[in-house]
Write a protein that binds this ligand. Structure first.
Ligand code: PLP
Length: 353
């Protein structure tokens, strides 16, 4: 693939405080961009990060035909490590097929990403715990106001150096269920990484915050009984010695971190079950002293321990509101692999020399 590269004349790297990074607030010097027209992906290019030309009639602004991904690259002694790009790419294409967006082949995806990271390698933060967040996304670019599938698209990759996701650090969060709202329903868009799911979650999350909770613990939209996800993370429950995570229904996003956790836990000999788990089961396990740990998983936070859950009038505290040993072990193992300090037995690291 021939990528047309235009380098920036004014790098912003010296204006960036790499010691104090938030999440997704500053962006790398360059971006990758590619167009889909006449039935094929063409004109790959890397240009300075900046404004893009669009008309107000751009169909994706009106009807939301958009998909995205979120993965990370880490600075290590052995070079730059992109964590599990194949898996994120696979999910990007799954989201594409749900949203009627043309898929992108892996070679194109990884070549574009590698070239971008080679050019912006100094944007990968050196500080431990920090990383370069990578945001590939595709949006429909036809200009019309009718509801139909667009014939043209744009695929872009932008990057953002990030610090630790939770400002409080690796401290347990508080979750509450919502009796009123649903994030996604069976047969809907829940299994696709698409902005609509986030739009649906904003108001419930805001209301949860007003009540002093960090996120909503999503229950299925129909019976309001089975646990689906925790905020924009997958949910895990350590009950006795069984690690339970909701089985993938069409309303649940298949997290790459979820898959990483399942693989590691099985390798450690833990009994991992992907099955339905109701909120009532979690509350009774807590009552009986069998609920050991609860945590969310996602690329941004990796592991996010849960200290409290409220469901209707019941509030339970998990592991005394403290980070549990199992959550901590997973966090250490996964971040150890990220930074090339632990054995990459599963071949998850993709190195850029
Ligand atoms: C991205 C995302 C996750 C986490 O997936 P990872 O691949 O682990 O980052 C979970 N739930 C939702 C709704 C998401 O969008």
């Amino acid at each position: 693939m021939k990528i047309n590269i235009t380098k920036t004349h004014k790098s912003r790297i010296n204006e960036t405080d790499f010691e104090n990074l938030g999440f997704g607030e500053v962006f790398g010097d360059h971006m990758f961009s590619m167009e889909y027209k006449n039935g094929e992906w063409t004109s790959p290019q890397i240009v300075p990060f900046g404004k893009i030309d669009i008309l107000p009639s751009l169909c994706s602004l009106h009807y939301g035909q958009v998909v995205f991904e979120g993965l990370k690259a880490f600075y290590t002694k052995k070079g730059i490590n992109i964590f599990r790009p194949e898996k994120y790419h696979e999910r990007l294409n799954k989201s594409c097929s749900r949203l009627c967006i043309p898929e992108i082949d892996y070679e194109t995806f990884i070549e574009g990403l590698e070239e971008l990271l080679k050019l912006d390698r100094d944007w990968v933060p050196r500080k431990k715990g920090y990383s370069l967040y990578i945001r590939p996304f595709i949006f429909a670019t036809d200009n019309f106001l009718g509801v139909k599938i667009s014939k043209t698209y744009r695929f872009m990759i932008i990057t953002s150096p990030v610090g630790a996701y939770y400002k409080e650090g690796f401290n347990p969060i508080r979750l509450m269920t919502s009796g009123k709202y649903a994030r996604a329903v069976k047969g809907g868009l829940g299994a696709a990484k698409t902005p609509a799911n986030y739009a649906a979650s904003l108001l419930p999350a805001e209301e949860a915050k007003k009540e002093g909770f960090s996120q909503v613990l999503w229950l299925d939209g129909i019976e309001k009984k089975y646990i689906e996800e925790s905020g924009a993370m997958n949910a895990f429950f350590l009950i006795d010695n069984e690690l339970v995570t909701p089985s993938l229904e069409s309303s649940i996003l298949e997290g790459v971190t979820r898959n990483t956790v399942i693989n590691l836990a099985r390798e450690w000999g833990v009994d991992v079950r992907e099955r339905k788990i109701s909120i009532d089961e979690v509350l009774s396990a807590s009552d009986e002293g069998r609920l050991k740990e609860v945590f969310g998983t996602g690329t941004a936070a990796v592991i996010s321990p849960v200290g409290e859950i409220r469901h209707n009038d019941t509030l339970i505290t998990i592991n005394g509101g403290k980070t549990g040993a199992f959550s901590q072990r997973l966090f250490n193992e996964i971040t150890g692999i990220h930074y090339g300090e632990k054995d990459d037995k599963f071949g998850w690291c993709h190195w850029i020399k």
